[in-house]
Design a protein around this ligand. Structure first.
Ligand SMILES: Cc1cc2nc3c(=O)[nH]c(=O)nc-3n(C[C@H](O)[C@H](O)[C@H](O)COP(=O)(O)O)c2cc1C
Length: 173
């Protein structure tokens, strides 16, 4: 079974998972900017992973726009966000990014990444500063919101090799 892992990652969190997955599956690894449909013709399993930005999976249109060329292959997509792993988060991301038909073709996983403000590009820094202001103004904050605010000063990294276990099991099945 030949597998390729393709990823798009801004601060390195989704990339770290891609490297771990490629190691476990003895797969080839490719950055999304170098990938197109011709690159996966010779593979049986395609894993795509991207960071989560405003609940959208970075670069996932590469997969969605080329689903015809993926027919008959095993297609796995993971999103890597800062939010804690919860069924609600998984469902929201899955439903926001994929139609019902796409969900039948694609097995989706959520792998928790991290947050490092210092490594963001100017536009993302600006957007996250707006979010920080909004969060700061809230009188009652959820534990997640408090955690998010703290992470602006202290980068957080929740990546863990154990998180890929289910994805690996499915890819090998
Ligand atoms: C502008 C912006 C929007 C974000 N939106 C979300 C989000 O909707 N949900 C989430 O869980 N994390 C969100 N994050 C956090 C990233 O998904 C997280 O840092 C992720 O690990 C980044 O992965 P990458 O470095 O591989 O791109 C956001 C970060 C930025 C900068």
């Amino acid at each position: 079974m030949k597998t390729i892992v393709i990823y798009r990652s801004k601060a390195g969190f989704a990339k770290k998972y891609a490297q771990w997955i490629a190691e476990e599956l003895e797969a080839d690894l490719l950055e999304a900017s170098e990938a197109d449909a011709s690159k996966w013709a010779a593979y049986d399993t395609i894993v795509y992973g991207g960071g989560l930005y405003a609940a959208g999976i970075n670069g996932v249109k590469l997969i969605k726009q080329n689903l015809d060329s993926l027919k008959g292959k095993k297609v796995i997509v993971y999103a890597c966000g800062a939010s804690p792993l919860r069924q609600g988060v998984i469902n929201e991301v899955r439903n926001k990014n994929f139609t019902e038909e796409q969900q039948r073709m694609i097995r989706f996983y959520y792998l928790r990444g991290g947050f490092d403000y210092s490594r963001l590009r100017p536009l993302d820094k600006f957007l996250m500063t707006l979010l920080k202001r909004t969060l700061k103004r809230k009188k009652v904050k959820t534990p997640d919101e408090r955690g998010m605010l703290e992470s602006y000063d202290h980068p957080v990294d929740f990546t863990d090799r154990k998180n890929i276990a289910e994805l690996i099991e499915y890819a090998k099945s």
